[in-house]
Ligand binder design. Sequence first.
Ligand code: ADE
Ligand code: ZN
Length: 341
Amino acid sequence: MTPYNLIQFIRDLPKAELHVHIEGTLEPELLWEMAGRNRLTLRFHTVEELRKAYSFHNLQSFLDIYYDGTRVLLSEQDFFDLTWAYLERAAQQNVRHVEIFFDPQAHTDRGVPFETVIRGIHRALEEAIPRLRISSKLIMCFLRHLTAEAAMQTLEASLRFKNWIVAVGLDSSELNHPPNKFVEVFQRARAEGYLTVAHAGEEGPPDYIRQALDLLNVSRIDHGVRCLEDPSLVQRLARERIPLTVCPLSNVKLRVFKSLEDHNLKKLLDLGLCVTVNSDDPAYFGGYITENLLASQKALGLTRHDLYTLARNAFEASFLRADEKQRLIAELDRFMAAHPG
Ligand code: ADE
Ligand code: ZN
């Protein structure tokens, strides 16, 4: 059992979240409300029925429901409200910095303009700085099940808002959509000044992680848990201190691991990899960052030092400037000193 003071320590720990899809923070209650105000009919009769439908057997079965949920997001205000609701929850969990993914193609392909999406998200992120004391960066993901040409068009649409986006990423169905499909798009993104990240090694093989590093020049790997199948890759990730944004509850819900007790998070930490804990799609997977940390601590026996390392890794792996990272790490260190084990 986790002692009470360790639970409170996890709750209060200053945190950074580096892997959260804003569309994956759409709680059933807000989805319901938005469907109502946008006069859309849902297949469900109650919010409870909707929540019950959140049961998945792999990544694709989740993505089908996730994309269906995005249909209720239509106006700039919808994107603002979605983002604000996430940020309020994050603030309650003492998230001090967040790097948010968004999937423009999930919206532009339904006729919602790119501009509507990004303006709503950006306004919420700006308001959160003074009102919630949360800093942020925005990462635009390409849907890898769509073509490289579609990704290139999305990249071009984003250029007008380049100052609001720190990096591009790659998400959606991993199997059969390797990073090498997007080499040109990522090259162009880098030439335009974007940093790069990619989901790799969630369901896909370790070779996809290598491709993301070698062909897409990513600064971080999202998930990356299948790296353990390739010891020389693990050595490289450790040597080059490539951060992995691991999402424990997501991995169990999508059956990457049978249970949290079987998750390799603790092994990755013990191997000295720069691992972080994140929520991925918290509205669908049963928890935000604190719930991910609490459940992982309990299942894997993470120590206070492990939890400190995870929090520190996240600040270090963020896309903040060096002085901004230092300020947050100093805050974390003050917290540790005030809460001796
Ligand atoms: N889009 C939202 N969540 C995702 C995940 N876990 N993997 C790939 N694409 C996603
Ligand atoms: Zn993800």
